[in-house]
Design a protein around this ligand. Sequence first.
Ligand SMILES: NC(=O)c1ccc[n+]([C@@H]2O[C@H](COP(=O)([O-])OP(=O)(O)OC[C@H]3O[C@@H](n4cnc5c(N)ncnc54)[C@H](OP(=O)(O)O)[C@@H]3O)[C@@H](O)[C@H]2O)c1
Length: 240
Amino acid sequence: MENLKGKKVVIAGGSAGIGLATAKAVALQGGEVIIVSSNPERIDTALAGLPAGNTGFAADLTNEGQVSALFTNIGSFDHLVYTAGETLHLSSIEDVKVVDARQFFNVRYWGAFTAVKYAVPHINRGGSITLTGGVAALRPGKGWSLGASICAAMEGFTRAMAIELAPLRVNMVSPGVVKTGLWSNMPEAEREGMYSHFSGQLPVRYVAGPEDIAETYLYLMRQKYSTGQSVIADGGYVLI
Ligand SMILES: NC(=O)c1ccc[n+]([C@@H]2O[C@H](COP(=O)([O-])OP(=O)(O)OC[C@H]3O[C@@H](n4cnc5c(N)ncnc54)[C@H](OP(=O)(O)O)[C@@H]3O)[C@@H](O)[C@H]2O)c1
């Protein structure tokens, strides 16, 4: 296992949720974290919860010019983690507005695609890339046409990059339901009802917090032999 001490880790989507939990876990291991999000205030708040010496950059990851400038400014680093995503709107295929659905590929898929393109020249030998998908690709519920499509696209992209960028390792994490701000557009009672439903159904009997998922990104950064893989951290969701 590689030690993360002194390693520079860029976390695109590091101001909240799974990205922020990963930033905290990397910092605990002695790594240096650079968090990226579109919102300078959220970056400052996130940095206040991290040890001194870690930094942040504001960039809209859907904007190619900003992504290119971001990685030029950051310079060389060791590991890229991509967790950026916005709240999804679930809808049946009958009701979905195609023009809106297309937009949801922008942060998760095209943002990751663009970040990989501009990050790669700056990643040190022995580094890695870890992207994010979700188990919706494997076991979608009703209304998940869009979410399942994005997660499946991320898997194909991950495998393609593992071949093209070798020996740089490229993997992804596929979470199940995680308690983060991603679900903030749901009325509280409905959201708590969903968490409670899954707590009863999941083999592990609880819904993950972002820190549960962060461990998977650390694993993929530190071990040196997996590439092109999607590692599931879902509490057993795909089995039920
Ligand atoms: N939570 C779940 O249940 C769950 C389940 C399966 C998969 N996932 C996946 O895991 C990933 C992380 O989700 P999360 O739950 O951690 O979400 P989150 O708590 O909402 O965090 C999302 C992060 O993305 C950043 N972001 C959004 N749009 C951006 C943009 N245009 N440019 C730069 N940064 C942007 C946000 O920062 P700013 O707002 O500050 O820009 C924030 O740091 C997503 O891909 C999500 O689909 C989550």
